[in-house]
Design a protein around this ligand. Structure first.
Ligand SMILES: CC(C)(COP(=O)(O)OP(=O)(O)OC[C@H]1O[C@@H](n2cnc3c(N)ncnc32)[C@H](O)[C@@H]1OP(=O)(O)O)[C@@H](O)C(=O)NCCC(=O)NCCS
Length: 142
């Protein structure tokens, strides 16, 4: 498995993978081609892909608000799971974020997603069951 930075030419394969992985994403909002192009221009290193035989099998998208680093859009193709791809993507995500001065790594995980919760715990993340997530959005699609 190879891990490398994604570029806009990987966009179609990336959204196909997210759909196949049943990952909730926002194709008309922050995951549109235009939005991703703008995010990549700001920080290309924050888009990471795992490849097997030149085929995209996993992704992770990072963001940083300078105080914390966020692990987003972690997905592995259903046929390529259970082989350490997600663990490798998380390790690479942390390496890149550390390069950018980040020392706190975070992920928002739905309560029902027991596989992902177990994965992050195994990677050393602490689950905060006492925290409720609040957000306010201009529309459901952003
Ligand atoms: C969550 C996901 C990214 C894991 O990808 P993966 O490549 O299969 O994960 P890994 O092979 O790196 O597994 C790492 C650890 O995760 C946990 N894990 C992975 N699959 C699991 C399963 N089916 N059941 C229980 N634990 C599992 C295990 O702790 C595993 O460690 P181990 O193999 O040493 O036991 C993948 O299942 C996926 O894409 N799910 C759909 C999208 C999603 O939910 N993304 C996360 C959003 S927060």
């Amino acid at each position: 498995m190879q891990i490398r930075t994604l570029t806009l030419s990987d966009y179609d394969e990336t959204v196909k993978l997210w759909a196949e992985a049943k990952l909730p994403f926002k194709p008309k909002g922050r995951d549109s081609r235009q939005a991703i192009a703008e995010q990549m221009n700001a920080n290309l290193e924050f888009f990471i892909g795992a490849f097997e035989d030149s085929r995209l099998v996993g992704t992770v998208v990072l963001s940083s608000d300078m105080r914390k680093g966020w692990i987003n859009r972690l997905a592995v193709h259903p046929g390529r799971r259970g082989r350490g791809a997600a663990k490798a993507l998380i390790a690479e995500a942390e390496r890149i974020l550390r390069k950018h001065g980040v020392r706190i790594f975070c992920a928002l995980i739905e309560d029902y997603n027991t596989v992902s919760r177990k994965l992050f715990k195994e990677c050393g993340y602490v689950e905060h069951s006492d925290i409720k997530y609040f957000s306010k959005r201009d529309s459901d699609e952003v």
